[in-house]
Design a protein around this ligand. Sequence first.
Ligand SMILES: [Fe+2]
Length: 221
Amino acid sequence: MNLPDRETAHQILAEAEARNPGPWAAHSRCAAQAAAILASGHPQLDPEAAYVLGLLHDIGRREGVTAMRHILDGYRYLEGLGYSAAARISLTHSYPIADLKCAAGLWDASEAEAQFVQDYLLRTPYDAYDHLIQLCDALSLPDGFCLIEKRIVDVALRYGVGPCSVARWQRYFEIQAEFERAIGHSIYAHLPGVVENTFAVLPNTGQAAAFLPKPLSQESR
Ligand SMILES: [Fe+2]
């Protein structure tokens, strides 16, 4: 697999975060941890590769505050570095359904670029790494892991919903079920902090906070 090692991947992410600071970088580090944890219980996945793929999946954010074009920017950047396995994940991570119309965000690139991404998705049968990062993207907030349902609502509140929303959510739950069959447990049994992050439980008291969860950031992640 054409991937940087963990240290190099962290350097790539740090440089990108300096160019475009935002919660997306913490979200990426969280997705990397989730990917490594879930991969360690999966018979076909390498936790180290999973970690690096999670770390770099949103690296297109280095180019600035954009919507869906971050996947294409990340693909081009990583291909340019020779990391084709990570470049692939940059394109596939936002599309549990391989249809450009079914992304959660707006497509802010040219028609030719959109066509390139659509063609790429159609000729790329997803493997377990594609599904792993799609799943980890869907459960990683900047502050930690959470219930997929919470993250889905977080994204819907920021970007709105469309005709594909329910089908895309359904697909996340199918991918979750695939992983749970493979690892033999609930994915949440392996991810620390899900209860605290999802339900705003105060960690030192075990009691639910009497206020609503933190306001959602307006910045993309
Ligand atoms: Fe992401």
